[in-house]
Design a protein around this ligand. Sequence first.
Ligand code: PGA
Length: 249
Amino acid sequence: MRRTLIAGNWKMNGSLASIEALIAGIKTGLSEVDKADMAVCPPFVYIPRVRELIGDAPLALGSQNICDQASGAYTGEISGAMLQEFGCRYAIIGHSERRSLYGETDALIAARFAMALETGITPILCVGETLEQREADVTEQVVGEQLDAVIERSGIESIGQCVIAYEPVWAIGTGKTASPEQAQAVHAFIRGKLAAQHAEVAEKVQILYGGSMNAGNAAELLSQPDIDGGLIGGASLKADDFLAIGKSA
Ligand code: PGA
């Protein structure tokens, strides 16, 4: 049985004051979330403070990216070892905003993924199609190629050590959620594609849905057989909404 994971992607939001309030709020309701694991992915600079604020509460910590290199002259990047020092369990990799706004290619994303595994950090690998691609009916091809880039570099067994997040680009931050059927169809495609290469890996890997998931639509999405959690943007910035998603698992 796969556990449900609800991970908050804070993106570039927050301040020292607001993250204190947010973590305090989340902590007050965590004991009522019994069917899901919860995680937060703050901006890099807030990771040490969030680690302190979490204390020993059952709330995992993740980053929003990770460097593909171990150390050295890579201005602006953060290594897996650094993230390890601050207790990061997860790193989001290949988010569509990284792909589209910052030009991250499949090859770079595969390299970041490999480095995360090498440093003991669980990648949350994001895949998903744009609206144009969906309308052109190439969703499976696009998602398949995004997965293949990682599998070619790190092998099919590496997928058993990661979390996949299916995030249709047209649903991110737009208020337009994929319907539970639309999301389930792509999740089933992903699991089927993996199963063709390695049944155990396919059965084990958690596949999260992301894209305007909120307290109102989470229960129905999470009830789909191949949706094992959510990667939550906007709704993860309000403790009550984030907790409500966890409770609906
Ligand atoms: P959203 O973002 O929930 O605000 O749509 C999800 C994401 O980008 O991970």
